[in-house]
Every structure is written in structure tokens, then in C-alpha cells.
Design a protein around this ligand. Structure first.
Ligand code: NDP
Length: 246
């Protein structure tokens, strides 16, 4: 596991948006950021799951969260602009974005990959992350220390048979991170990086590897050190990096 011990107050006073915050790694990150003092904006497509995370944060006595039910597959530029305006009014700035939501799509050879699924995967995994980032960049500019984290994968660094649109979307995510990090190179207040979580015990992993024993993989909670490190002040000078949580 990535070796980092986060101070308890690491994210005190920070406003952090997490996509796909209702389940899996996004849920763990939202809870962990809140436990370290952040006000977390929970974005996802299944409202009940977001409500459950909101309640957990509330019951633990962490800073009150906010909920944004949004389907990243169908969200439009106008929708993202409206969201940015709402967040500006409510919070005035954004200190962190964890782009975590993703679709696995099909595990099929390219030759027979369904183009409709291809577009859905690219829309959720790449295009919506680009549009959300674009809409929120001026809000991160208002932060003294902002961190944008994209979520990659092992197959986003080396292609593998039958991973289709998912692998291609993760290569594109690495590209998006590198282009944005380079554009913001001279802005000392914003850093941009990717995390590859590695095999982690979630629904997506079970769907990708149904024959595997889930108990052999770490839980989302166990891979949080890198998620905390990259979101907090100790990574201030780190940008343009592709990092591994395990
Ligand atoms: P899960 O499938 O467990 O969780 C994904 C989350 O994204 C869910 O909360 C899901 O919402 C949300 N989501 C999916 N589609 C949309 C959409 N259209 N709009 C809004 N939210 C959406 O996956 P993991 O937690 O395993 O994965 C998290 C990230 O880590 C992903 O980017 C994945 O690619 C990456 N990753 C995971 C690995 C692993 O082993 N688990 C390995 C490598 C990378 P809902 O709850 O409604 O389904």
C-alpha cells in the first residue's frame, strides 16, 4: 500500500467533490476526506446510495456533506455550468475534485465491441470528466491549494486484450491529466494527477473478475493513503504524475 500517514486535520476547511461517491472506492474516499475535516460534495447517479453516505458522514459528526444526484452519461454542458454556478453560490470555491465514477463496459474483443456501449463508456469515463473539470476550473482557481485527481487503471497504462473501451478511456484519462497538468504548470496553486487504485474489493472488480476470491483484494478503505496524500497539502508540489495506490 502507498505509505502515507495523514494528519487528522489534513483537509480541515476544504471543499472536495467526489464523483461516484455512493459506492466502492468513491464512497470510501468521501468518508475518508470527511473524516479528515473536508466538506464533501457527493456526486453520483443513485440518490439512495448518496443519501446513505451522507447519513454516515452525519452520524460520525464530520462536516455536513452535500448531495448532487447526476448521471454523468447524460449530463450536458448546460447541466455542468448550472452545477458550477450552484457550487459557486454555495461554497465560493472548490479545493479538490476526485474524478472516480466509471463504467466497466464490455469485456469483449474489439472486433465485436458494441459501438453504443463504447460511447457510453467514453462518455462517463472521459468526456464527462473533461466537461466537469472545464466547468469547475474557475472555482479551483479561487482555491489557495487545489488538487484534481483522475482515476486510471493498470489497463490505462498497458493495453490488455478484451478490455475495449474501458482501457482506451483510461489511456485517455492519463492524457487528459497530462495535458491539463502541463497547461497549469505555472500555477503553483493547482496540481493534477492520476491514481491507479490497483485490484480493489468493489462491485466493479467482481464484475471484471467473477472467478476471483474478493477477499484476496484490499478493501477501498485500505487504499486511502494515496487518495489522502494527493488531496492534502503534503503533495503540493506533485503534479502531472501517474501514481499507484498499491
Ligand atoms: P464501482 O462500480 O464500485 O463504483 C463506481 C461508482 O461510479 C458507483 O458509485 C457508480 O454509481 C458511479 N457511476 C457509474 N456510472 C455513473 C454515471 N453514469 N454517473 C454517475 N456516477 C456513475 O467501481 P470502483 O469503486 O471499483 O471504481 C472506482 C474507480 O476506480 C473507477 O474509476 C474504476 O475504473 C477505478 N478502478 C477500480 C479498480 C478496482 O479493482 N476496483 C481497479 C482499477 C481502477 P452507482 O452506485 O449508481 O452504480
Amino acid at each position: 500500500m502507498y505509505d502515507y500517514q495523514a494528519p487528522e486535520d489534513l483537509l480541515q476547511g476544504k471543499i472536495i467533490l467526489v464523483t461516484g461517491a455512493g459506492d466502492g472506492i468513491g464512497r470510501a474516499a468521501a468518508l475518508s476526506y470527511a473524516a479528515h475535516g473536508a466538506t464533501v460534495i457527493l456526486l453520483g447517479r443513485t440518490e439512495e446510495k448518496l443519501n446513505a453516505v451522507y447519513d454516515e458522514i452525519d452520524a460520525a459528526g464530520y462536516p455536513q456533506a452535500a448531495i448532487i444526484p447526476l448521471n454523468l452519461e447524460t449530463a450536458t454542458e448546460t447541466g455542468f455550468d448550472r452545477l458550477a454556478a450552484m457550487l459557486e453560490e454555495e461554497f465560493g470555491r472548490i479545493d479538490g475534485i476526485l474524478h472516480n465514477a466509471s463504467l466497466l463496459g464490455l469485456r469483449t474483443p474489439i472486433e465485436s465491441y458494441d459501438p453504443i456501449v463504447w460511447q457510453q463508456v467514453m462518455q462517463v469515463n472521459v468526456t464527462s470528466a473533461f466537461m466537469l473539470t472545464q466547468a469547475l476550473l474557475s472555482l479551483t482557481n479561487d482555491s489557495e491549494d487545489a488538487s484534481i485527481i483522475f482515476t486510471s487503471s493498470g489497463v490505462g497504462r498497458k493495453g490488455k486484450a478484451f478490455w475495449g473501451a474501458y482501457a482506451v478511456s483510461k489511456f485517455a484519462t492519463e492524457g487528459l491529466m497530462q495535458v491539463l497538468a502541463d497547461e497549469l504548470e505555472h500555477n503553483q496553486n493547482i496540481r493534477v494527477n492520476t491514481i491507479n487504485p490497483g485490484a480493489t474489493r468493489t462491485n466493479m472488480r467482481v464484475n471484471a473478475y467473477p472467478a476471483e476470491n474478493p477477499e484476496n483484494n484490499p478493501t477501498p478503505e485500505e487504499i486511502m493513503p494515496l487518495y489522502l496524500y494527493l488531496m492534502g497539502r503534503d503533495s503540493r508540489t506533485v503534479t502531472g504524475q501517474s501514481m499507484n495506490a498499491q
